[in-house]
Ligand binder design. Structure first.
Ligand code: SF4
Length: 299
């Protein structure tokens, strides 16, 4: 029996659900019960009736699932899959910023470890960051860890935003030169970029969207060709859902190596052995849950 059949069989037997991020490889996207971005996956983790969640993504995402559904068993097929950007800020860093800016509220991007969420007022994703910052009850915001997403949010508000110097290497490496070269090569293509890209790239984009936003936009748009400025995994889904349209990477395909660690065998073994379970202390769960629940109000 191949891995896909074995996974489906075990999944039914154990009442498990497989949540998959849009940046995973095609073979993993194909077995997902739900495929989405951080916001969509958080909502699914909260609402699922399954007893086991197998999370195909990176650590902060699986932790988020555990925080929102603490009674469920959350398994990661590859426990070492992390997010370098999430590791750029610690709870101590946030507490030091709070001390320096006592009137500010802390908005942490969902791409943070659970202990950072626990010292934040509210989380946000790339899909709702602008709404969260606009609506939070403070004119002074500490925004961690992504300086690019924070700078993007600044464009929509007069609030004082204190940025942290974190970034995603995958998005930050997409340069203005890459974009200009790609635009010249495919002049008729619309340029969709993720808000984790640098401000110089965002300045010349046609649309700035989360991955779920890109999927919706590409489906609705009359345009036939698109240049995609984000991790290359999303192109698999864009092409699958829009076979009549054409999607190009901006320059060399940008790959998040942690997102690509998970393979079918890992999913099968995680389910079979119920291994790599996410465990968090009760204190961390209850403190970080508040920040995540607050975020889910801005959907
Ligand atoms: S793509 Fe960037 S933000 Fe997403 S998991 Fe990889 S390093 Fe982290």
């Amino acid at each position: 029996m191949n891995y896909v059949k074995k996974i489906y069989k075990l999944k039914d037997k154990k009442n498990a659900v497989i949540l998959v991020h849009n940046y995973q490889s095609g073979e993993i996207q194909d077995i997902g019960d739900y495929l989405g971005d951080s916001l969509g996956l958080s909502q699914q983790a909260k609402s699922t009736k399954a007893e086991i969640i197998v999370f195909c993504g990176v650590k902060f995402m699986a932790e988020t699932a555990k925080i929102l559904s603490p009674e469920k068993k959350v398994l990661m097929p590859r426990k070492e899959a992390g997010c370098p950007m999430a590791n750029m800020v610690t709870p101590e860093d946030v507490l030091a910023l709070r001390k320096k800016h006592p009137n500010a509220k802390v908005v942490s991007y969902v791409n943070t470890n659970a202990d950072v969420k626990a010292v934040s007022d509210v989380c946000c994703t790339s899909a709702n960051a602008v709404e969260v910052v606009k609506n939070i009850d403070s004119d002074e915001i500490i925004f961690v860890p992504d300086k690019n997403l924070g700078s993007y949010v600044k464009r929509f508000t007069d609030k004082k935003i204190i940025l942290w110097d974190g970034y995603c290497y995958v998005h930050n490496n997409i340069s203005k030169e890459d974009v200009l070269f790609a635009k010249k090569k495919y002049p008729e293509a619309l340029l969709l970029v993720h808000p984790e890209c640098s401000p110089t790239v965002i300045d010349i984009a046609d649309e700035v969207l989360s991955t779920s936003g890109m999927l919706k936009f590409a489906k609705k748009s009359r345009a036939k060709k698109f240049l995609i400025g984000t991790e290359e995994g999303i192109l698999y889904r864009l092409k699958k859902e829009n076979p009549e349209k054409v999607f190009y990477n901006v320059g060399t395909p940008r790959v998040c190596s942690d997102m690509k660690l998970t393979h079918l065998e890992d999913v099968y073994l995680a389910l079979k052995e119920e291994k790599n379970e996410i465990t968090l202390s009760k204190d961390i769960i209850s403190a970080s849950q508040k920040a995540l629940e607050e975020m889910l109000k801005y959907v």
